[in-house]
Design a protein around this ligand. Structure first.
Ligand code: 8YV
Length: 317
C-alpha cells in the first residue's frame, strides 16, 4: 500500500506531481471544501506532509496526524512550523536548502534596479499612452543610479551572500548584519541593524523570520533615510508594515521593492498608489527551474524519512 501524504500547497511542476502520484496516495487539503472534516476522516493515515515555506503547518494540525513521520517544506523558511514541537516529537522538518538561492538573489537585484530606475512606473507611463500625450522629457522624473550604492544585507545566509556577490558586480560596497559575524567572509559585519541602516543606501532583507519579527521599524527606516531603498525577499513580518507604509507615504525613505507581506495575499492598499514602490506576489523562487529542483528535494526528503532514514535536509532531527 502506498504511504498517505497530506499536501497543503500546490506544486506546479508536472514531473514532480507525477512522481508524487506514483509513489504516494496524495491528499490535497487545499482542494477540500471542508478541510476540518477531511482531517477528521483521513488524518490518522498521513505519514508525511508537504507544505510551503510561508504556509508551514500549525501545531494543532500536526497533533491531529498521529502517524506523521516527516514535514517536508517546499521552501527554505521554516518560521511557520513549530520546530520545538517537532523536535520533541522527533519529527524531521526538511527544507529545500540551496535550491532557490540564485533565483531569490536575482529577484532582490531586480527589485533594487526596478526601484532605483522607476522601471514599473515608466512601463505604466508607456503602456497607458501617457508618453504620446506628454512627450517632453520632463514628464518623467530622473531616476537614481544603482551602481555604486552602499548595500546593507540583513541576514547573510545563502541568499544574503548571493545578493552580496551580485551587487558587488555593480560596484556596490557591501556590509551586513546577522545574529553574529559569519566566519570566512570579508564583508564588514555591523552588529546593530540601526547602524547598518544609517550606513546604507539600500537595505536588502534576506533573514529568516523566526528570530527577527518586526526588526525593521520606523527607527530603522528613518536611519535608512530619504534617499534609502528597502528590498524584502524574505518574510513580510520582518518589517512593521504600518511603519513602512507611513515612511513611504511621507517620503522618509525613497522607495521599496517588496516580494513578501505580512498577510499574503493582502497587500496594504496604500502601496498600490505609490510609484516609488515595486510589488511582487511572493515570486522570488518561482521559476520553473528552481521549483523543479525544490520539488525534487521534497521527494528526496519524503523518501528518506519514510524509509526510516534521517533526511539529509532535516533541521530538527
Ligand atoms: C516559496 C518561500 O514561495 O522558501 C520559502 O520559504 O517562502 C518561498 O520560496 C514557497 O515556499 C513556495 O511554496
Amino acid at each position: 500500500m502506498k504511504p498517505h501524504i497530506l499536501q497543503l500547497n500546490p506544486i506546479l511542476v508536472p514531473s514532480v506531481n507525477e512522481r508524487l502520484e506514483a509513489l504516494y496516495t496524495v491528499h490535497r487539503l487545499y482542494e477540500q471544501a471542508a478541510p476540518d472534516a477531511y482531517i477528521a476522516a483521513h488524518g490518522a493515515q498521513m505519514r508525511g506532509v508537504i507544505t510551503g515555506g510561508h504556509t508551514g503547518i500549525s501545531r494543532g494540525l500536526m497533533e491531529r496526524l498521529p502517524a506523521l513521520e516527516v514535514v517536508a517544506v517546499n521552501g527554505v523558511g521554516t518560521d511557520a512550523v513549530d520546530l520545538a514541537y517537532c523536535r520533541e516529537r522527533g519529527l524531521p522538518v526538511t527544507g529545500t536548502f540551496g535550491a532557490l538561492t540564485e533565483d531569490v538573489a536575482d529577484l532582490a537585484v531586480v527589485l533594487l534596479l526596478a526601484v532605483c530606475r522607476n522601471l514599473c512606473a515608466v512601463d505604466r507611463f508607456v503602456r497607458s499612452g501617457a508618453w504620446v500625450r506628454h512627450p517632453q522629457p520632463s514628464a518623467i522624473p530622473l531616476a537614481r543610479r544603482f551602481s555604486g550604492l552602499r548595500v546593507g544585507i540583513v541576514g547573510l545566509g545563502r541568499v544574503g551572500r548571493a545578493v552580496a556577490m551580485r551587487v558587488q558586480a555593480f560596484g556596490c560596497p557591501v556590509r551586513y548584519t546577522d545574529l553574529a559575524p559569519i566566519p570566512g567572509v570579508d564583508w564588514p559585519y555591523e552588529p546593530a541593524l540601526l547602524q547598518l541602516a544609517r550606513d546604507s543606501d539600500a537595505l536588502v532583507l534576506c533573514a529568516a523570520a523566526d528570530k527577527a519579527d518586526g526588526i525593521v521599524d520606523a527607527a530603522v527606516l528613518d536611519a535608512l533615510g530619504p534617499q534609502g531603498v528597502l528590498v524584502n525577499v524574505a518574510r513580510g513580518r520582518l518589517v512593521k508594515e504600518d511603519d513602512l507604509v507611513r515612511a513611504l507615504h511621507d517620503r522618509r525613505i525613497a522607495g521599496a521593492g517588496l516580494d513578501v507581506f505580512v498577510d499574503e495575499p493582502n497587500v496594504p492598499p496604500a502601496l498600490f498608489e505609490m510609484d516609488h514602490v515595486t510589488l511582487q506576489a511572493h515570486r522570488a523562487s518561482a521559476t520553473a527551474e528552481t521549483r523543479k529542483a525544490m520539488g525534487e528535494l521534497v521527494l528526496e526528503s519524503l523518501a528518506q524519512a519514510l524509509a526510516g532514514q534521517r533526511p539529509t535536509h532535516s533541521l530538527t532531527t
